[in-house]
Write a new protein. Structure first.
Length: 292
């Protein structure tokens, strides 16, 4: 029987007003207690994930962060990550310079910064992002560039420019009034595929000499090294996704079963198998419990 895995978005799916409902938290705990896997799949960074899950003691198996550009384990230790090419952040800042209603952030493995702000960000955002100058970007590895817009036309122009200027190197994903810029190889769907492939790899020590004497026994992310060596057999993983916005579409496409929320845009709903009112309802239905 396949292992069962839920990949859930955070903001707008289970996180509202900076917290997760008790009902969703209890459902997630039941899901994991039954031996199933819980994966968070979000545009948030390491520190932004910690900000929401640590205070409430939320436990999970893995998290896919930065819209697929990094994967962490249950202790939020980075397993793999990809940074943006040099020059992307500076070019974006040049493009939006002087425009009203725009905020530009940068996210990295160590710290998240607020670089440009003509919206006037509130105190909640300033607890996640440290105000900084462009000069502080020198030598800093940037994984993502979240941008917030109050003007949809400016957002569309920025998205078009990004595609034209950085096609094949960086990509922007719409998420309500944000555009999250990440390396072109990243998406929530690709992150989910990489994680499932990683779960199919044999544990260290389960392969024989094919890995080489003294080798770690751990294959690169997404590889199949060691599949036909020794007694270990890959266990299939059946996946469910739940997410509310456009940046979740690739995650829904990568999952075996996909669910949007009642408030999701029509384009998102059209890519899913159905809608559910909450993550708790999805978990209850999968575990044979009555939903509210």
């Amino acid at each position: 029987m396949p292992r069962r895995l839920i990949s859930t978005d955070l903001d707008g799916t289970i996180v509202f007003n900076g917290t997760i409902s008790l009902r969703d938290r209890e459902a997630m705990a039941r899901w994991r207690a039954a031996g199933n896997l819980l994966v968070i799949n979000t545009g948030r960074s390491v520190s932004a994930l910690e900000h929401v899950v640590v205070p409430m003691g939320l436990e999970f198996d893995n998290a896919i962060l930065y819209t697929g550009a990094a994967i962490v384990d249950e202790d939020i230790r980075v397993q793999c990550s990809t940074a943006l090419p040099a020059g992307v952040v500076e070019d974006i800042l040049d493009f939006v310079e002087g425009a009203p209603g725009v905020t530009v952030f940068t996210t990295g493995l160590d710290e998240d910064l607020l670089i440009y702000d003509t919206i006037g960000s509130g105190s909640e955002l300033l607890t996640l992002f440290r105000p900084a100058t462009r000069r502080e970007l020198d030598g800093r590895e940037v994984i993502g560039v979240p941008m917030r817009f109050t003007d949809p036309e400016m957002a569309a122009r920025t998205e078009t420019y990004l595609h034209r200027r950085w096609e094949g190197q960086a990509v922007g994903f719409r998420n309500q009034d944000f555009i999250d810029v990440v390396p072109a190889s990243a998406s929530k769907g690709e992150g989910l595929r990489r994680l499932v492939a990683r779960l199919a790899e044999p544990p260290a020590g389960e392969t024989d000499g094919a890995a080489g004497e003294g080798a770690s026994g751990e294959a690169p992310v997404g590889s199949s090294a060691g599949f036909d060596v020794g007694p270990w057999t890959a266990e299939p993983v059946e996946t469910w996704s739940i997410g509310d916005s456009w940046n979740d579409i690739s995650m829904h496409a990568a999952a075996d079963h996909s669910y949007a929320l009642p408030w999701s845009p029509p384009e998102v709903v059209a890519q899913c198998d159905g809608t559910v009112s909450s993550l708790a309802d999805l978990i209850d239905s999968l575990m044979g419990r009555p939903t509210l």
